[in-house]
Design a protein around this ligand. Sequence first.
Ligand code: HEC
Ligand code: HEC
Length: 143
Amino acid sequence: MKKMIQVLTVGMFVSIFSVAASAGIQPSLRGDNPLDKGEQGIAVKKPLTVKGGIERSFKKQPPMIPHGIEKDRITLKGNTCMKCHSAENAKKEKAPEIGESHYLDRDGNKLAKPSSRRWFCNQCHAPQVDAQPLVELDYQPQK
Ligand code: HEC
Ligand code: HEC
């Protein structure tokens, strides 16, 4: 029995590797740098700034962040995104106010203040960099 499991395990590894090789797996984020050469560090790319925002790929998609957020901080007590995106500040800062869904509690009731479920903005909204995907994508936007 033990022998059989050993054979099966080896077989599994061999097939995983041959599948990976035949699929021409893309290099990883570490590039062609061999494992035994140690880490080279990842190049930090500049965040994209896109005037007018980034087109959504499907209805109800949390829109991508069209600006850098390196200086923003979200903690239990403070959220610098709201300096521009809250109802009070949006007009003045010429920023879009947080979406309507941000005022709903989990039962769908409208609240006077933004829901705590939407406090950690980058749980759903992500900034973008000018980077090519590691693997080819054939996803088509759903309108
Ligand atoms: C200094 C003001 C400011 C701060 C701080 C700020 N934003 Fe923005 N944000 C803007 C402005 C202005 C736009 C509109 C840009 C445009 O459309 O050209 C915008 C656009 C966005 C959009 C796109 C909305 C859409 O409908 O496409 C998202 C999402 C967003 N911001 C999220 C965030 C998050 C999350 C943070 C904090 C991590 C943040 N922003 C901090 C000013 C700000
Ligand atoms: C749980 C996911 C989630 C979180 C957390 C979240 N958002 Fe959103 N956001 C969405 C979705 C989904 C939409 C699109 C639907 C809508 O407009 O309500 C959206 C829309 C937006 C928009 C565009 C509104 C418009 O009318 O075009 C802005 C700006 C925004 N969010 C900012 C923020 C900020 C700032 C925070 C943090 C305080 C935040 N969001 C937290 C999911 C989220």
